[in-house]
Design a protein around this ligand. Structure first.
Ligand code: NAP
Length: 408
């Protein structure tokens, strides 16, 4: 079986990793220009191929047959070479979104669902939601229902983001605010990088049901793999693959008082897990071209904090890192979203008597007890888990690793 992915730019694709977990070791990426499509489809060395942006419609003229779903949606994301050599097009994104909706547990029959964006993915989402009995409204920048007349739809129970707004590397952007949707139950975002877009972070803060697009991506791959091999694959693999990918992409972030051991424990943890370690304080010094005491002396704490937020904005977007933060990063609430969007946050605790103060501008001017009293609730608000670091750094690193491995 020779299968792979056809698209224009595929450098960041998760699909090879997903198909590997589905049992297909080799899953090459075929980056082709539009003028190469016909020749590739007719003569390419593949038995099956997934198709992504921008070719889901463009491949159709070169196919011999379409499944009813692909015909209905006018989009193909899976092509199979049949035994006689003819090409059959399928759409497995439908099953992908159906699975995502089911995972959310939301029941939307008879309720209003807003679908943001009117591109290819929106089309699929609308078809699934209509089938589920929702009253579907597409919000399109230039459409009859747009972002300026959202007041018509404040009774929506579900919002689905089918735009690229908020996707890496444009993290932090959101297509709309959820503030005035009084009947909103849930938000689904087709984006999966970052794990929590700004829209999903807001949904989480408001206590709504939310899901990113990873389940859709994995579920469509599962159905594609079934078309490729002709063999059914258990539905249970979907959450398993999602969890494995989530873990692989997740950053592990250490917070805690200055001198509590974040850098030492972070380095050990990164080593144990085969990950890259980043010390945010060193990254700030590198960005500023000066040591931290000098930044404090010249720009004060506010100037330092602004630099720190800029660095965390870049680090928080990345995936699969171990990050040691500066002790005061929790004093800016906005840093929480930057760190939480792709990361799990560990509070490293150490008794105050054991904390060194040398070379740390704030620790030298503020009594540690006073600093700790102010920051303790903030560490608690940021942290997903707290770890005592009064023994060896190896012990603390191992506790973090175990907790991370054992909890979804
Ligand atoms: P697309 O065809 O480019 O459509 C995106 C739509 O979003 C556009 O038609 C546009 O609709 C709207 N849009 C684009 N830029 C915007 C902006 N700056 N502000 C507001 N709206 C904007 O893309 P697509 O293939 O439908 O994919 C949409 C998103 O879903 C992407 O992020 C993609 O990665 C994701 N996706 C995920 C999966 C998955 O498996 N999880 C599958 C497919 C797609 P209007 O002009 O009507 O506003």
């Amino acid at each position: 079986m020779k299968c792979g992915l056809l698209g224009r730019r595929l450098g960041h694709s998760y699909s090879p990793a997903i198909h590997k977990m589905l049992g297909n070791e080799s899953y090459p990426l075929f980056e082709k220009g539009p003028e190469e499509l016909e020749n590739f489809l007719k003569n390419g060395d593949f038995s099956g191929i997934n198709v992504t942006i921008p070719y889901k419609k463009a491949v159709i003229p070169y196919l011999d047959e379409l499944s009813p779903r692909a015909r209905l949606l006018g989009a193909v994301n899976t092509v199979v070479r049949l035994p006689g050599g003819s090409l059959m097009g399928h759409n497995t994104d439908y099953f992908g979104f159906e699975t995502l909706l089911a995972r959310s547990g939301l029941s939307i029959s008879g309720k209003k669902a807003l679908v943001l964006g009117s591109g290819g993915a929106s089309n699929t989402v609308c078809a699934v939601l209509q089938q589920a009995g929702a009253q579907v409204v597409v919000i399109s920048r230039e459409g009859e229902n747009n972002y300026k007349n959202l007041d018509r739809h404040r009774d929506a129970a579900l919002i689905v983001n089918a735009t690229p707004v908020g996707m890496f590397p444009e993290n932090g952007k959101s297509p709309l605010s959820l503030r005035d949707f009084s009947e909103l139950e849930g938000v689904l975002d087709l984006i999966y990088n970052p794990a929590r877009t700004a829209l999903l972070l807001e949904a989480e803060e408001r206590g709504l049901v939310w899901e990113n697009g990873l389940t859709m991506l994995v579920a469509q791959a599962k159905e594609s793999a079934e078309w490729f091999s002709g063999t059914p694959i258990s539905q249970e693999v979907i959450p398993k693959i999602c969890l494995a990918l989530e873990k692989q992409m997740e950053n592990l972030i250490l917070i805690g008082m200055p001198g509590c051991g974040k850098s030492t424990v972070g380095r050990l943890l990164a080593e144990k897990m085969g990950r890259k370690f980043v010390d945010a304080d060193l990254a700030i010094e590198e960005a500023a071209g000066r040591p931290i005491p000098e930044i404090f002396a010249q720009q004060g704490e506010a100037g330092f904090r602004a630099l720190e937020t800029g660095v965390l904005e870049e680090l928080g977007k990345q995936s699969g890192l171990v990050i040691a933060t500066g002790g005061g990063c929790v004093t800016r609430r906005e840093n929480y979203r930057l760190l939480h969007q792709n990361g799990r946050i560990f509070w490293l605790r150490r008794s105050l008597e054991a904390l060194p103060t040398g070379g740390r501008p704030l620790s030298q001017t503020t009594p540690l007890e006073e600093m700790y009293e102010k920051r303790r609730p903030l560490y608690g608000q940021f942290a997903d888990f707290s770890v005592q670091n009064d023994g060896s750094p190896e012990e603390a690193a191992e506790k973090i690793r175990l907790y991370w491995e054992e909890t979804p």
